[in-house]
Design a protein around this ligand. Sequence first.
Ligand code: ZN
Length: 438
Amino acid sequence: MRTVADPDAPAGLHVDEARLWSRLMDLAEIGATARGGVCRLALTETDIEARQLLIGWARDLGLAVFTDEISNLFFRLEGRDRNAPPVMTGSHIDSQPTGGKFDGAYGVLAGFEAVQSLQAAGITPEVPVEIVVWLNEEGSRFSPGMMGSEAFTGRRPVDEILAVTDAEGVSTETALAAVRARFAGLPELPLQRPVSAYVEAHIEQGPVLEERGYPVGAVTGMQGSRRFRVRLTGAEAHAGTEPMATRRDALFAANDVIRSLRDHFAGFDDRMKFTVGLFEVAPNVPSVVPASVLFSIDLRHPDQSVLTAAGDAIADLCQRHARLCSAEVRELANAESLVFPDWLVDLVSEAAAELSIPCLRLLSLAGHDARQLHYHCPSVMLFVPCHKGISHNEAESCTPGDLANGARVLANVLARLSASPLALPERTEAPPGSNAKK
Ligand SMILES: [Zn+2]
């Protein structure tokens, strides 16, 4: 029996580029859109069909299949020590309504390819290796997303998740019950069980790796974000008779408020990202002075102290520039910027070096399930390039060669992490006042 220490059998050398690509294309057929993308919303028939496909593949590889009460899926390669907390890898298979083939799916299928490579290398891990499929990362049907990883890590109460409804008024609880009934035969594992380490492979969703010519990135941490809703309330009035000076025009107020916010955030470094992506005006008719505006703020910066200070200034700026209207600011989500453990980022770089695959250290500018796992066990991510950084888009595109290189590095990382039980380090404490939302 070879062991992971055997330099003649690095698991990554057994990755099969064509097999990985063909699994990705097979999965992409479930929920395929006319324009080459994928629409696979959480807890729908397409989600169920995709789960069935994965379960079939996992059984073909001899992996044990488990689920949990929030319908995350786990495919386990047993270790010599069956009781040791597993090393986990994976991501999600739900998508945006006009999503691409690779976001999330790559992390799950790179996991399959890496595990199959461990098997091909004759490696029996000391510690079990599990491929995980997290429920509803995207949050397109039930918002906010990351439900599976938040429930698993205890970062968000299950009751709160079950109460979330979709646009049709269907609750997560109802949709989840239907999915669980379809997979009633699967054994369940408890939420919040210990995990030795979590490694998530994902497409970068940014242009850095492609522009700089790196096939693989070792992710050093994750940019945080704060999300707000601002409501400005004025009064409806006749567009012809109400004097300009006494109008409580919510749209003009919103214009001033957004301008002041934009000027304020332009004073930070260029890593500050300020977006107003949602804007609703009421009553939204041509001859009535607008009485109400609701808009969103999405604020991001990789430095947590900068993000905190910048976000804390929003309410005051809104009040000061609201003219004769009242301003109400609600914070919906506050996901702190975080740094993955150095030793684990180093391990990704070293695994790439073993395979002579160039690897760049970079920050994740998007949120992923690894954000939640970071507070549960040592966690890290591995990125592969996607063309022009285009993602959350049917045009999302990756090359088979890059995807295979990512899976090779992942296989070597998993081989190392599962070769001996890790001394479980202390959990990373979440800063007070933050929550887990995406
Ligand atoms: Zn994703």
